[in-house]
Write a protein that binds this ligand. Sequence first.
Ligand SMILES: Cc1ncc(COP(=O)(O)O)c(C=O)c1O
Length: 385
Amino acid sequence: MLKVGRGASAPPFLVMDVIAAANARQAALPHGAPHVIRMEVGQPGTGAPQGALDAVAAALRSGDPLGYTEALGRPALRARIAAHIRDWYGVEVPIGRIAVTVGASGGFPLAFLAAFDPGDRVAMAAPFYPPYVNILTALGITPVILEAGPDTRFQPSVAALERLDPRPDGLIVASPNNPAGTMLHPDELAAIAAWCDANGVRLISDEIYHGLTYDSPMATAAAFSPNAVVVNSFSKYFSMTGWRIGWLVLPEDLVRPVECLAQNLFISAPYVSQVAAEAAFDCHPELQANVARYRRARDHLLAALPGAGFPHLSPAEGAFYLYADIGDRSNDSVAFCARMLAEAGIAATPGVDFDRTRGNRFVRFSYCGPEADMQAAAERLRHWR
Ligand SMILES: Cc1ncc(COP(=O)(O)O)c(C=O)c1O
């Protein structure tokens, strides 16, 4: 028998199965029956902002061959990203430290391969975005899981890191995170970045949900450490999931390794997506209207879900997720979500995707769907319980 590599054992992303089940349920509904409310999806229902579409239309008409770009991205886009970092955080990052990637997803293997070796150990808090573990494992890097709970808003802390023996080689943080929508506040992120530097730990900061924050201030790891890798994307705030475009802010020592890896693995991110991304920086009013919609849905759900049988909710400081502890109703979140879909017509994601030991008693609700659905969801759930 021929050998199949370690990468083949990467587990599926369970939410995809939930999406398929919700699609099947919707298709089977009799005409006129209330539709399935989709709270399992982690992507904006909106498309790319109009300015991005216009820029792409012009590029398509221009006769430009739209070929490969430099591996680190079009210089004009890298300059816009640097300007964006200056505008949002007041931090100066030289253009040379910015790499345009195929979404945040394309940034992870570049960052992990450049920063770590097989056998290294990389820590993260649970619950976490499943691909972190799955990509690390496929690369022969060992994930080290720190169980985090409501006391630290499901985020890692310096105290938890101090308990790690031996010290890990890397740490992944995400703020706001997926699935809990909670944040590391600027002082907490600064303390973690300082701890990483003091202990020779490479910090990888996933900032993909920046811009989708409601009350708490956001900070970039680039402000606190020149050694941190920042991962970001146009998928969430910029509402451009299908364009597959993101960026990394790299420490000086990883720029050339990432450039060489990108040349070999991807050549470049798609040209048209880079054009769209550059124009998206001029579309803040449209994008802020999306944020305002998420905020209304969040405020409504935070107020209404406790009375609908979900009193234990994460604080929902950002992104578009609520992480609900359903431990007093079920110890099997997969079965719970299946029943909620079948009986209430609401699709949500079982926590087992995000936390392999405690996810059986958590459910992730996403509130980026149509506003009317988000308003109707709590009412349906109130009748269901
Ligand atoms: C925390 C987190 N990081 C990264 C990604 C990947 O995003 P992209 O579309 O930029 O590849 C996602 C997607 O849902 C996410 O939730």
